[in-house]
Design a protein around this ligand. Structure first.
Ligand SMILES: [Fe+2]
Length: 253
């Protein structure tokens, strides 16, 4: 199976649209969407519409911002900027998109299973152990591997950092994935992989981040794509959303 893997679009349609157009001619069996479709950015309906019209099979889980914008959670753990944008989003979502957001499944979800019943590919937002947990450290990643003991590759989002944790006999190793690259996964190791963020990258590279995974060849490609940041910033300013949400897009923070 060939997968397009995207996460954390955060209402940034200018970035998401650019990625979808870039990969349109490639044939994917499925798109994996790891949550946080909305929040922060000023084009939540456009992002939702784009996700809902993606070709091929869609596997998707909800993110913490999706839950607050959909009214599932109050957002009392959000900072002022995040809460302001979540409320702005909630007021502007179409009825159909609001309902679609409410219905997003909770991760982890198994996407592909091998003949031995082992989950070859699974997806979640934060961690398989808890959808709201951030996977930054080796210790957090170990807990995540334990929570989904039969999975081979689990894709996660939430941190907005393109990265991976590899579990092998000698222990665990974490790495940030810079720029564009490619790797063949090892059949006897286990992987937690983050495609980074489409709509609000936080690794000081403002380009949209996404991945392509082929589960037959076991090849993983990570990609960055320049998009018109100024358009996304203008939407945020025109919407009256907090200015830092526009500023950070240019910095990739
Ligand atoms: Fe996010």
């Amino acid at each position: 199976m060939r997968y397009l893997v995207v996460s954390d679009m955060h209402g940034n349609w200018d970035a998401f649209k650019r990625v979808i157009r870039k990969v349109r001619r490639k044939r994917f069996d499925s798109t994996l969407v790891l949550g946080d479709l909305v929040g922060y950015g000023a084009a939540p309906n456009q992002v939702m519409d784009e996700v809902r019209s993606l070709p091929g099979k869609l596997h998707i889980v909800r993110g913490n911002h999706d839950k607050v914008a959909a009214g599932i959670e109050s957002g009392d753990d959000f900072n002022d900027v995040a809460l302001t944008s979540a409320r702005w989003t909630a007021e502007r979502l179409t009825k159909s998109n609001h309902e679609a957001l409410r219905q997003l499944p909770i991760g982890p979800t198994v996407v592909e299973t091998g003949t031995d019943g082992r989950a070859i590919v699974a997806i979640c937002h934060g961690s398989p152990a808890d959808e709201d947990v951030y996977l930054f450290s080796d210790r957090e990643a170990l807990e995540a591997f334990d929570a989904e003991p039969r999975s081979y590759v689990t894709f996660f989002g939430h941190t907005h950092l393109p990265s991976m944790f590899v579990l092998h006999q000698a222990g665990i190793r974490g790495a940030l994935l810079r720029g564009d690259g490619e790797l063949r996964l090892h059949p006897r190791m286990r992987y937690l992989i983050n495609p980074g963020s489409i709509g609000q990258p936080r690794d000081r590279d403002p380009k949209a981040s996404y991945m392509i995974f082929d589960s037959r060849q076991m090849t993983l490609k990570w990609r960055r794509l320049r998009y018109p940041v100024g358009l996304a910033q203008k939407r945020i300013h025109d919407a009256g959303l907090p200015a830092p949400l526009a500023d950070r897009l240019a910095e990739g923070i």
